[in-house]
Design a protein around this ligand. Sequence first.
Ligand code: SAM
Ligand code: SF4
Length: 325
Amino acid sequence: MKDRYGRTIEYMRISITDRCNLRCRYCMPDGIETVDMKEILTYEEIVKITEEAAKSGIRHIKITGGEPLVRKGCTELIRKLKNVEGIETVTMTTNGILLKQYLGELQKSGIDGINVSLDTTNPKLYREITGSDAMSDVLDAIVEASKTSIPVKVNAVLFDLHGDGQTNAASYLKLLRLAEDYPVDVRFIEGMPIGRGKAFPTISSEEVFAEVQKAYPSVSQDTRLHGYGPAKYYTIDGFRGSIGFISAIHGKFCDSCNRIRLSAVGFVKPCLCYGEGYDLKDVVRNHPSQIQTVLQKAIYEKPKEHCFEKEEQISENGNMISIGG
Ligand code: SAM
Ligand code: SF4
């Protein structure tokens, strides 16, 4: 359906857990508490909400978390969501740690795409960002997934973690080798001042793009459809995958925003930037006939735009781990 500004809202990100097997500094460093499992929507509740959302025009679902693959039965949920009438695509974003293990099941589930979050191919920096030494498992999983028919994207968040504007920036270009060697798209996402992300400035995607242009003068715009999100894509001669930029901060795309978010505890968020939203958990548990009314209200009342550039106006005080990115 359309919101009050005429935007068609057809994409819903669903966080299925607030647990994670990594501790990314800008998302879930040690010490962030998780909620009791009974507060988390059950898979039946998620399917029920998706069925109602589809009746209101939601067509594309992204499963997120926390880390979705740490929740048992995630691939079975994907299969069920694929069968919901009206839903056209179901994709997932994962940190890739368990991806190799679940790749076969994901293929069977009918998943339409997998985004793997990987900010660097430098093992030392990876450890510093995530607290883990498992980077090579993630790289292996990306290579294995790229051999399947599932479209694979690698997402790197642009945060200036050292405040020197350099350390991460230098490693971003190296990530492009994945798009050179394998049929995977590599995308750069500006960091957002939400939760622990507030502690780090983002690096502008324009800056990274300028570096890409210097290193690869053949870079040119790619107008093919790569998904249903706001990324701008480019191709580079000789590369098997494309590269993309999601510039929420320096290239505001609110005019074409098409999404709502459902958190792990069943809170529907019309916009990432604001704390406002609706508690669907109580509705799905106690008043299921009202799910659609609440969803439609959330869609209709979606704010015109985010306010990330004016940090004092950001009213979202939660963490990305529970919102789902
Ligand atoms: N664990 C999964 C993963 O890492 O892909 C799914 C959940 S994670 C919250 C989803 C995405 O949000 C990841 O790509 C992560 O890098 C990104 N993210 C986390 N905190 C962020 C922030 N403050 N700004 C921008 N992206 C952020
Ligand atoms: Fe976990 Fe993803 Fe957050 Fe990293 S970004 S802590 S992998 S949920």
